[in-house]
Design a binder for this molecule. Structure first.
Ligand code: NDP
Length: 414
């Protein structure tokens, strides 16, 4: 083990793990807005244990989950891990990334030192009884999000992952593009194709909230590829244009409506009538954007509290609202009459399984899915990148940060 502290981009000899490394991390005393929560520090480099891989990180993807981690709300991820017996009083976020396998622990299979890889964020216990009995790992009781619920994510010179989190890096991709599409791309893929029989079929209209966001930009393309008709919701003309450029058949500007959030109580007839009138107007906007009077077969949800009542109303008979997040809040109202009378499905969806992950990597490698990386930050800009997400001021698509990669545009260490 070497005592030298290597600067970002200055690679130690492969396998010779330095004692210390740089990490852009969160501490409980800094919980709050991302700009102040993240700071670059020098800490001990983790060692790979059994089945684990230490990765020299070239670039990291920026995702909304570390906005939550920085806020310390709704979950204090550091306290939660300490409760489980982990000693660290810091959180290294980053639930996806690209890099080079630097060292491996005992019993690692499928990857070797020197491999160029992309990293997925699902972490589970492969020896767990449910997984041994064949359950989808995403449904395992041991599932955790690496770089959120688990420590040593990609916002550091070295990341600690399990071997099954490493996938061959598509050779045509830059480090920064390779780092930033799996979490949103594969999550969107599971939402749209993982819940049979409600999967996207040719000709299906699909309503996509936050069409210009990380998930949304992936969803528009995935729906298009499957022959569906993506209709995106946005909050600005710039974002509308971006969605059209990705293949959205129509776009709705949500700022023209005001009925967002919790539903009024049914006993307040005036308020309920006003609310219903706005929801119906939004529905007419959907028809206009689609060019015909059909309801969405699938509603792609993650905005949560503000939008769920509208999603449940708009969704087609026998259709599905699939949700993976609650950006605007978690306490969302469902008018159960729409749910049962129209036999709709409200389906929670979280992360993705290995097959869904590989499907998305293959789509990107073959040029059928653009990773949509619109902005790349330097290592010290990780807090700022999360602040933009927090404030909904980010550019459309996905965002990445360079870690050890010296500049953008590079595709290989060689
Ligand atoms: P982004 O910030 O990139 O995009 C979210 C989009 O949502 C924004 O572009 C914005 O678009 C829209 N939006 C924000 N607030 C509202 C609102 N109140 N009503 C309607 N739309 C809104 O984030 P991601 O796409 O990466 O992630 C979205 C959510 O999904 C996050 O909460 C994240 O934590 C979660 N997520 C969950 C995963 C899982 O596996 N469970 C995986 C990935 C993400 P506009 O203002 O233009 O309408």
């Amino acid at each position: 083990m070497t005592k030298k502290l290597y600067e970002l981009g200055e690679m130690p000899p492969l396998g010779d793990v330095p004692e210390k490394m740089y990490a852009n991390l969160i501490r409980p005393e800094r919980f709050g807005e991302p700009r102040k929560a993240f700071e670059t520090e020098v800490i001990d480099t983790p060692r790979p244990g059994r089945g684990q891989v230490l990765v020299w990180v070239m670039a990291a993807g920026i995702n909304y989950n570390n906005v939550w981690a920085g806020l310390g709300h709704p979950l204090d991820v550091i306290a939660a891990r300490q409760k489980q017996g982990e000693p660290e009083n810091f959180h290294i976020g980053g639930s996806e990334g690209s890099g080079v396998v630097f060292a491996v622990g005992e019993g690692v299979s499928g990857v070797s030192v020197g491999d160029e890889v992309v990293l997925s964020g699902g972490l589970w216990n492969e020896q767990g009884e449910d997984i041994r009995l064949g359950v989808d790992p995403t449904l395992s009781s041991s599932l955790r999000a690496w770089g959120y619920e688990a420590n040593y994510g990609s916002f550091a010179q070295f990341a600690l992952v399990s071997d099954y989190q490493c996938h061959p890096k598509p050779k045509n991709l830059t480090w920064e593009s390779a780092a930033a599409f799996i979490l949103t791309g594969a999550t969107a893929y599971r939402q749209l194709f993982g819940w049979a029989p409600n999967t996207v079929k040719p000709g299906d209209p699909v309503l996509i909230w936050g069409g210009a966001g990380g998930l949304g930009s992936m969803a528009i393309q995935l729906v298009r590829n499957a022959g569906g008709i993506p209709i995106a919701v946005v909050s600005s003309e710039e974002r509308a244009e971006y969605c059209r450029s990705l293949g959205a058949a129509g776009v709705i500007d949500r700022t023209r409506f005001s009925h967002w959030g919790r539903m009024p109580d049914l006993s307040d007839t005036a308020a309920y009538a006003a609310w219903m009138s706005e929801v119906r107007a939004f529905g007419r906007s959907f028809w206009e954007a689609l060019g015909e009077r059909r309801a969405p077969r699938i509603v792609f949800e993650h905005s949560g509290q503000d939008t769920i009542p509208t999603s449940m109303y708009l969704c087609d008979i026998g259709g599905m609202v699939t949700i993976c997040g609650g950006t605007s809040g978690y306490a969302a109202d469902v008018d159960l009459r729409f749910l049962w009378m129209r036999q709709k499905r409200l389906q929670g969806s979280h992360g993705f399984n290995p097959a869904q992950c590989r499907a998305v990597i293959n789509l990107v490698a073959s040029g059928l899915l653009d990773p949509c990386v619109s902005r790349v930050f330097d290592f010290d800009g990780i807090g700022e990148a999360h602040q933009l997400l927090h404030d909904n001021q980010q550019q459309p698509g996905n965002m990445a940060a360079l870690v050890n990669a010296p500049r953008t545009g590079l595709t290989t260490l060689a």
